[in-house]
Design a protein around this ligand. Structure first.
Ligand code: PMP
Length: 453
């Protein structure tokens, strides 16, 4: 039975519905990215500016997808637009080395503590693929240790045991032989992690250092410290996947925040400021496995090969440099964090007032929302509170029967999320946040009216 939320959703989005019907003939599910799947259809967006976007039906939306986390300075920021405009006429692929890639690498080295050298890739998925390969080459070991539900993109090496907010990545098409090379351990099972590392079988251990799914399941820094110590003791390469947290958790990522330096770090998203791009950074000796030894050629058997048509492409290089230099001034991250705290506290107030089960909790400028599950109230209205279950537990997730009606209701009131996450930028104003909190309260009241919550 369609509810009032559903009726409103259909009434507000007729053109998106039509486009979706056409797209279903062209793309699996009608979408071009797993997280753009939406029940019954996702919105088609026409343009975006700052913290807002406008869909093809003319609805104005406060956006917390923010380029899947790549737009810490918001949509179409003047720095980005100017950098692209200046570069595009000079060439989008120079088929050669260029000055902009040097400036980009310098900007990364200035911010990320573990970065002694850099290799640019076209995406985060390529970055984690290369990081695992560098670790395998350096150690001569094949096995990979990963933490359950931590997400590292979609390359074969890292898919087993992964999850995205709202659902698991399945292992279809991954040969058993690949999956068998991966051991998955719960993130707070320190004893199992230590035991696995002690076997000295693993080339690398890889993790999202804030915890799984962009920190949906927060990870305590003590686990990171143990991983650092035990990796060093057992000759295992420690990889921090900072694709989301790099330049966001702090200007220097989680690693600067907690003072733990991994051997390799993967970066993407904010790195390229909203254009495609990724990087592996880390110890020079590990990166230098890509180098062609003197007197050899690039087919040299011992080296790690790395072509890639769009590596360090000029457009991504100039935008990435401009954005990272702006972040380096030190005002962008604190501003985004302050807005995220404002949003989180406001959502928790609304949840309490509506007397519905749930909570919002923040890590830096990432706000997680959980509805329809009994969870302890967040500490200070901000931080995930493990409650009596303690850190062994995983965080419950919003059941699909609540998630989709809630997302539709929130969109009906003009706010978009990625899954159940709000990625807050430095250009969300206090007024944007207040409007979003009001919309959230209105969406909760719709859910109560429609007897979803
Ligand atoms: N690692 C993490 C932690 C991510 O969140 C993502 C993407 N959301 C990736 C890797 C993959 O990056 P990309 O989408 O650029 O391939």
């Amino acid at each position: 039975m369609p509810t009032a939320i559903d009726d409103r959703f259909l009434a507000l989005h007729p053109t998106s519905s039509e486009l979706h019907a056409e797209a279903e003939k062209l793309f699996p599910n009608g979408v071009t990215h797993d997280t753009r799947y939406f029940d019954p259809f996702g919105l088609y967006v026409d343009r975006a500016q700052g913290a807002r976007k406008w869909d093809v039906d003319g609805n104005e939306i406060v956006d917390y997808v923010m380029g899947h986390g790549s737009l810490l300075l918001g949509h179409a920021h003047p720095l980005l637009v100017e950098a692209v405009q200046e570069q595009v006429g000079k060439g989008t692929h120079l088929g050669a080395s260029h000055r902009a890639e040097i400036a980009w690498a310098r900007a990364v080295l200035d911010l990320i503590p573990s970065a002694e050298k850099v290799r640019f890739t076209s995406s985060g998925t390529e970055a984690t693929m290369m990081a695992v390969r560098l670790a395998r080459a350096a150690t001569g070991r094949s096995r990979l240790l990963r933490l359950r539900n931590h997400f590292h993109g979609w390359n074969d090496s890292v898919v087993a045991g992964a999850a995205i907010p709202g659902g698991s990545i399945t292992a279809g098409g991954i040969p058993n032989e690949m999956a068998e090379l991966v051991t998955v351990v719960d993130q707070h099972n320190a004893a199992a992690l230590e035991q696995a590392l002690a076997s000295q079988e693993f080339a690398a251990v890889i993790c999202e250092p804030t915890g799984y799914s962009m920190g949906t399941g927060p990870l305590e820094p003590a686990v990171l410290r143990m991983l650092r110590e035990q990796s060093t003791a057992t000759g295992t390469i420690l990889i921090f996947d900072e694709v989301v947290t790099g330049f966001r958790a702090s200007e220097g990522g989680v690693q600067r925040d907690v003072g733990i330096v991994p051997d390799l770090t993967t970066l993407a998203k904010i790195l390229a400021g909203g254009l495609p791009g990724g990087a592996v950074v880390g110890r020079a000796s590990l990166l230098d496995q890509i180098a062609i030894p003197k007197g050899a050629d690039r087919s040299h058997a011992e080296r790690v090969a790395h072509p890639g048509t769009y590596n360090a492409n000029p457009l991504s290089s100039v935008v990435g440099t401009a954005v990272l230099q702006e972040i380096a001034k030190g005002e962008v991250v604190p501003r985004a964090n302050a807005r995220a705290r404002q949003l989180t506290a406001g959502m928790n107030r609304a949840i309490r007032k509506a007397e519905v089960p749930g909570a919002a909790y923040a890590q830096a400028s990432i706000v997680h929302i959980l509805l329809g599950a009994d969870v302890p109230s967040p500490e200070d209205d901000l931080t995930w509170n493990w409650g009596s279950a303690g850190p062994q537990a995983t965080v419950p997730s919003t059941p699909p029967a609540v998630l989709w009606p809630f997302r539709r209701a929130f969109l009906n009131h003009g706010v978009d999320l990625i899954g159940m996450i709000a990625l807050v930028s430095a250009v969300h104003s206090e007024a944007d946040i207040d409007q979003s909190i009001d919309a959230f309260a209105a969406a909760l009241s719709d859910l109560r009216r429609d007897e979803v919550l």
